[in-house]
Design a protein around this ligand. Structure first.
Ligand SMILES: Cc1cc2nc3c(=O)[nH]c(=O)nc-3n(C[C@H](O)[C@H](O)[C@H](O)COP(=O)(O)OP(=O)(O)OC[C@H]3O[C@@H](n4cnc5c(N)ncnc54)[C@H](O)[C@@H]3O)c2cc1C
Length: 402
């Protein structure tokens, strides 16, 4: 396949659709939603109407059948509006739907993936626990086989869409003695007795999003809802993160775009010492850093999409893209506040929200430190990717639904 940096007409159309949606249905309200900590459930309905809830899911499973970089475009444009909406697509499509596509049985795909890709049901991802974030093997949720069911007990925390999602991919130990090889993955429905959730209040950012705890009190999950095989949960979680990190990195590109837009406008409006602040070289340095961050991050993101389109492994590349793009976005948001001076410190301008929102992506789906270690280990030869039993399918260009 030749390298091609041009977008297809379909991708251009997709970008324009999402941009119009964000400008009309998110931008006018986001300041108020962020202040109130309000997550608008109608956003999902509208995203579903626009076929954006399963943009890269094959048409046979209810999606649009577009390529993986089209998912990146959706994430970029949504995060230009607010990180909360990109986060929602990251967990729904990146962490949940693509994991079902990769690891699910045909029955699981029909039952869970199809309604998710159509946006009729919302999916989320429950890995983190109060005592286990970066150190996944420290989870303590258990799943004990009882006839045709597994009985789940435990707690998850910091789960995006905790009160909104219908289906969760949940990780629990089926055999603690096997350490990470004893973790299994399950599809849990909100309506299963013993399941409950509770939002976390007082977040620094992503205030227009829903994040919180999940509780499993003797939840009986049918054995048909085991995703993959018993003991494959750790591999499933890591491969889900390959997809999630791609969407987080793409979103970071959108946040840098938003920082640049706001900063360039302000540079032309604000004058000091008789000239526009954009004429001062130290302000230009911040603008230049944002531009470099934007271009570098984009290349890293689209390379991951390019590899995914061919059905190739992206663990190393997605980690690098996520780490670098989120760091650049965090720096761009800090610079954007600096360029706005004291006005940047108030919510009269959006840049303070960008700075608050830019922090979570440096923490979730692998912290900055974890990605630094991953990259060093690849280079030093301490880490190799072992083949997976199931790979994410490549993009099939014949399956685009327009
Ligand atoms: C807004 C938001 C949404 C989230 N959504 C989800 C979700 O939908 N589903 C989900 O499962 N989780 C979610 N998370 C949780 C997120 O994935 C975890 O917070 C993340 O994995 C880090 O884990 P931790 O917070 O426990 O930090 P810890 O793992 O306790 O780390 C604390 C600090 O120590 C550092 N550290 C840890 N280990 C090492 C090491 N070996 N070397 C060097 N430094 C190290 C870390 O980098 C960090 O700075 C979300 C988090 C946030 C903030």
């Amino acid at each position: 396949m030749m390298m091609n940096f041009d977008f297809t007409p379909e991708q251009e159309m997709l970008r324009s659709t999402v941009r119009k949606f964000v400008d009309k249905e998110i931008m006018p309200y986001i300041k108020e939603w962020d202040e109130r900590g309000y997550f608008d459930p109608n956003i999902f309905k509208r995203l579903a109407e626009l076929n954006l809830m399963g943009v890269c899911i094959p048409e046979e499973y209810g999606g649009m059948g577009m390529d993986y970089n089209s998912l990146a475009i959706v994430c970029e444009e949504l995060e230009r509006g607010d990180t909360a909406f990109r986060t929602a697509v990251s967990v729904h499509t990146g962490l949940n739907s693509l994991t079902l596509l990769q690891w699910g049985t045909e029955e699981q795909k029909q039952k869970y993936l199809v309604p998710q890709a159509k946006g009729e049901k919302i999916g989320a991802f429950g890995l983190t626990e109060p005592n286990a974030g970066s150190d996944v093997a420290s989870i303590s949720t258990t799943a004990v086989r009882d006839g045709d069911y597994y009985i789940l007990n435990g707690q998850k925390t910091w789960i995006s869409l905790c009160d909104i999602a219908d289906h969760f991919i949940v990780f629990a130990y089926t055999d603690k003695s096997k350490k990470h090889r004893g973790i299994s993955a399950f599809i849990v429905e909100r309506t299963m007795p013993g399941f409950s959730s509770k939002a976390i209040k007082g977040k620094l950012g992503i205030r227009a999003g829903n994040t919180g705890e999940l509780f499993f009190d003797n939840v009986r999950v049918p054995k048909e809802n085991l995703l993959g095989k018993e003991g494959e949960g750790f591999k499933i979680a890591m491969s889900a993160l390959d997809n999630g990190r791609f969407t987080v990195a793409a979103g970071a590109v959108g946040l840098i775009m938003a920082c640049l837009e706001a900063s360039v406008k302000y540079c032309h409006e604000r004058k000091t010492f008789g000239k526009e602040i954009g004429r001062h070289q130290l302000v230009q340095q911040m603008i230049a850093r944002m531009e470099a961050g934007l271009q570098i991050s984009r290349l890293l993101v689209y390379k991951v999409g390019f590899l995914k389109n061919q059905g190739r492994r992206t663990t190393r590349e997605a980690s690098l893209a996520k780490w670098i793009a989120c760091d650049f976005a965090n720096q761009a948001a800090d610079d954007a506040v600096q360029i706005h001076g004291a006005y940047g410190y108030s919510n009269e301008y959006p840049v303070e929200r960008y700075l608050r929102n830019s922090k979570a992506p440096v923490i979730y789906e692998g912290t900055r430190e974890i990605h630094t270690i991953i990259q060093a280990e690849y280079v030093l030869g301490y880490r190799q990717d072992k083949p997976l039993r199931k790979m994410l399918p490549p993009w099939n260009p014949d399956s685009v639904k327009l």
